[in-house]
Design a protein around this ligand. Structure first.
Ligand SMILES: [Ca+2]
Length: 474
């Protein structure tokens, strides 16, 4: 649902505190779980496009008590395991900084002064997710197996959407000249930028509680994706070395994403721009810089000027839901000839009919359907989830045209565990179907493969996993 809810609710490799008070520690963690799980108004979602390990879907972890129970069992497991010493990890981290990271940083023209300032007093943060203790092998976190896959409709909770659309309209009025100037230069509509800004950090209201060097340093030293974070850590050092931001300004989310647009450091170096003219791209404090940097990011990933993101449609039974996906595009006029119509009796704009469009059915036959443009897939470069990109497109439409919901309604198709969906995916893979990866999240490749299997086996194609399918195929 929101990245906060995917935040480190159950640190995979938590270490006992040195001589700590277990009960108060435990209670504080359970409180944290409850707090995180109920905090949904100001989501921070790091760039999933940049974070290639994070994939499509809408897994939700909504139940604080259940999470607390999972955490408790994980914690008991850790108490029983042989505890490593946090102090020893700190020493290993310091040695790694000196002997491993520093030589590479030096070779990339990072000065000793910058390096020392960045890591002054920095220790590994053992509460971050997806850590692997030095000398240990990575294991799949328990929560990934147990997480419930929520109905895609849950992603579009009216309260969440309205926080973005109401806030977006207020800021659209307040920043009208800036948005017009950005649209003129980059060709990206202001409402799209506002929707991303609102979705990522609640228009900059979300706190950036972490030191980027602590997060990136910890993850480069001891996470499941060390190389990815090492590259980002070196980019963060480059930001400081080049004077683009002072060390003290390098505040990030739990995933190391920076500032109001939630750029990873390599994205900052590639896409951040100065739009208020003070000579510095300040994505932490400047609204014009934040909005223009988001626009520049989208342009770099191919935003097509003059086209929107997509249209809600109705799809007749004669059109298979397995025609979904970015690799099965047709001219919009061809989709229309097959019987696909826009909702609300509207015609497609004449300028769109000759252009390519793609079928999108995020909940298969159990939810709204869309014909999307290539810009939809540019939005997915910001965060590689169909639901995220749809949230941005839908939110942008509502900022521009007023609040009205989808015409189609989302079915109650959630409730499976990710492990069940992953088992279904492996079963389909074994039969030769392409599901993308068996990650427990039903992306478009999984959805359409389900539809193809259903059609081949004489069933009505729903293009979405359900308990019967899991039981039949698993
Ligand atoms: Ca600036």
């Amino acid at each position: 649902m929101t990245a906060f809810l995917r935040a480190p609710l159950c640190p995979a490799g938590h270490l006992p505190l040195k001589g700590g008070d277990w009960l108060s520690f435990l209670l504080s963690q359970i409180f944290n779980v409850a707090r995180l799980a109920t905090r949904s108004e100001l989501p921070i979602s790091p760039l999933e496009g940049e974070m290639s390990g994070r994939t499509e879907g809408g897994a939700t972890e909504r139940e604080p008590r259940r999470l607390a129970a999972i955490f408790l069992s994980a914690l008991i497991g850790l108490i029983l395991a042989a505890p490593a010493s946090a102090a020893k990890i700190d020493d290993q981290f310091r040695a790694w900084l000196q002997n491993d990271l520093w030589p590479e940083a030096k070779a990339k023209d990072i000065s000793e002064k910058t390096f020392d300032a960045a890591f002054d007093d920095v220790k590994p943060n053992l509460e971050l997710p997806d850590l692997v203790m030095p000398g240990k092998k990575a294991t799949t976190p328990q929560k990934q197996h147990q997480a419930e896959f929520g109905s895609p409709g849950a992603y579009f909770a009216e309260k969440t959407v309205r926080a973005v659309t109401a806030g977006g309209r207020t800021r659209e009025a307040a920043n009208a000249r800036t948005l017009a100037a950005i649209e003129k230069r980059y060709g990206v509509p202001g409402e799209v930028l506002l929707a991303i800004w609102g979705r990522e950090t609640g228009f900059g209201a979300a706190k950036m509680p972490y030191d980027a060097f602590e997060v990136l340093g910890t993850k480069a030293f001891m996470s499941t994706r060390k190389e990815f974070f090492r590259t980002e850590l070196l980019a963060a050092l480059e930001i400081v070395q080049r004077g683009l931001a002072p060390v003290g300004a390098m505040k990030s989310s739990w995933a190391g994403a920076l500032g109001q647009p939630q750029f990873m450091p390599t994205s900052f170096l590639k896409h951040a721009v100065d739009f208020d003219g003070d000579g510095r791209a300040d994505i932490w404090n400047s609204v014009p810089d934040t909005l223009a940097s988001i626009a520049n990011y989208l342009v770099h990933y191919g935003w097509v000027k003059g086209r929107g993101w997509g249209f809600e449609v109705t799809v007749p039974e004669s059109v298979s839901c397995s025609l979904e996906g970015p690799d099965q595009g047709k001219r919009i006029s061809e989709w229309v000839a097959m019987g696909i119509k826009r909702v609300g009796g509207k015609a497609f704009p004449a300028s769109e009919l000759k252009k390519e469009g793609f079928l999108l059915m995020p909940a298969g036959r159990s939810g709204p359907a869309f014909i999307v443009t290539p810009n939809f897939y540019v939005l997915k470069e910001y965060n590689t989830s169909d639901l995220y990109a749809l949230f941005i497109g839908h939110g942008a439409d509502r900022i521009a045209n007023g609040d009205s919901n989808f015409s189609g309604s989302w079915g109650a198709v959630g409730g499976l565990h990710r492990s069940d969906i992953a088992a279904l995916q492996r079963a389909l893979e074994a039969k030769g179907y392409d599901v993308g990866s068996a990650d427990g999240l039903p992306g478009f490749k999984t959805r359409r493969s389900i539809g193809k299997w259903q059609a081949k086996n004489g069933q009505a194609a729903t293009c979405f996993p359900d308990a019967d399918l899991v039981a039949t195929l698993k």
